[in-house]
Design a protein around this ligand. Structure first.
Ligand SMILES: C[S@@+](CC[C@H](N)C(=O)[O-])C[C@H]1O[C@@H](n2cnc3c(N)ncnc32)[C@H](O)[C@@H]1O
Length: 152
């Protein structure tokens, strides 16, 4: 698991004592299914629209929000990196690398572990979107889906 932290704080890293979480009222709108069972299996970062087919399952309650989404070729997905620790303010990506500020990195370990990927929409099957370009664990909660173009 080199390159992955778990709960180990490496030399030079700063971990915060976090205040209690506030309730942002977030509602997960679905769940992402990928072939990646462990963090070590995940691509390091979404590789811009390629990689294996993954399935974005949108929960039934939110299915109407998918109306005409199949007209979009590229989507931006926001997801909750649920297995990430949230207290690291500086990080050493590898044991011998430089210490970097969390906000200077795309590391999954952050106070609010929101992941963002641009994916290619391959097809829609009802409330399931088959996409390519994801880098997240199987079972990652879905926060939002937005098209890449801003046309209303
Ligand atoms: C570097 S982050 C980037 C996430 C997103 N593409 C972004 O840029 O915001 C991707 C890495 O997060 C880790 N990861 C993926 N899914 C996760 C999850 N649900 N919880 C914690 N870590 C996760 C994996 O190690 C993966 O390689």
């Amino acid at each position: 698991m080199s390159g992955h932290h778990g709960d180990v704080t490496r030399e030079g890293e700063v971990a915060a004592e976090l205040p209690p979480a506030t309730d942002a009222g977030l509602r997960f709108v679905g769940r992402i299914h990928t072939p990646f069972a462990t963090r070590a299996d995940c691509p390091h970062a979404g590789d811009r629209e390629e990689g294996p087919d993954c399935v974005v399952e949108v929960f039934d309650d939110y299915a109407p929000a998918l109306e005409r989404i199949e007209e979009r070729a590229h989507l931006q997905l926001l997801y909750w990196l649920h297995a990430a620790r949230r207290d690291l303010l500086t990080q050493r990506r590898k044991g011998d690398g430089p210490v970097m500020g969390t906000f200077a990195l795309r590391s999954p370990l952050r106070p609010n572990p929101i992941g963002v990927s641009v994916v290619r929409l391959i097809r829609r099957e009802g409330n399931r979107l088959v996409v390519r370009g994801l880098d997240c664990l199987d079972g990652t909660p879905l926060v939002d889906v937005k098209p890449i173009t801003c046309a209303e």
